[in-house]
Design a protein around this ligand. Sequence first.
Ligand SMILES: [Zn+2]
Length: 342
Amino acid sequence: MQTLTITRPDDWHLHLRDGAALKAVLPHTVRQFARAIVMPNLKPPVRSLADATAYRDRILAAIPEGQQFEPLMTLYLTDNTSPDDIIAAKASQFVKAVKYYPAGATTNSEFGVTDIRRCDRVFETMQQVDMPLLLHGEVTHSAVDVFDREKVFIEQQLTPLKQRFPNLRIVLEHITTADSVEFVLSADNMAATITPQHMLFSRNILFKGGIQPHFYCLPILKREQHRLAILKAATSGNPKFFLGTDSAPHGRNRKETSCGCAGCYSALHAMELYAEAFESVDALDKLEAFASFYGPDFYRLPRNSEQITLNKTTWRIPDEVPFPEVGLVPLRAGEEITWQLA
Ligand SMILES: [Zn+2]
């Protein structure tokens, strides 16, 4: 296959940051995707409808002249989120979900929830008004091995949450393990997003020839058996699994340092990376539904009507792209990739 034309995709999990960083990265996403679920982990986070409205306006103002893009907003769940916050958000039409971060799990998560049961009143309201819950599904106790945090989250938090709120629609974000695939398949009102890096790489890449900070993200890359389970789920044609890049820009100096941030930058070349992953298991025919159909179906939004084309051609991923003060290193910087968005 030399060209692949599919319905324009959307990104159902994206970090856009704010200010000059937002202006630097947004054009990459706009080039690839029509819409994106925008994560709320700014500093301070997007906690109320007023915060989401102001952030959405800043994103809209940063869209390059003459281009189309629709940001779908989220609220950051905290111990203090109220049912009224949910009702107001739902009424806005543009807040599409609420994001749960366990306190301390990842970038800017210090405002996150200290105990998920403290949010039960909020979940009750979300279930009533049909507001999806997006989970960063990891426990953060220091006693739990970093490679087991997702599995333990499913056992200790998600399984009981699902029992308490069977009709709450949940997305387990950026899944990384066979355990998550199995759980998502077994539960009703449950979906998952999958990143390109978790389809393409096992944890070996983190230590290939030395420490590789640009492959460090959270949840961290896992064993090869888990990568294969994620790849299989994404390419299975099951609508419970859809595209979410988790593209998370950090300037080069925040990654190449003695205590580097978690996050891979893939907004530049997301569809190319996914195409390569799907092609690796001869499943390019399943890419369109994963990238362009199952996400809007889950969020009860119309599918896009425009199209994009990917060409089979080899190009070199740049060493860095412009970012405030320092450059931004994309995933697989400097390497060749075999698909290119026209
Ligand atoms: Zn994320």
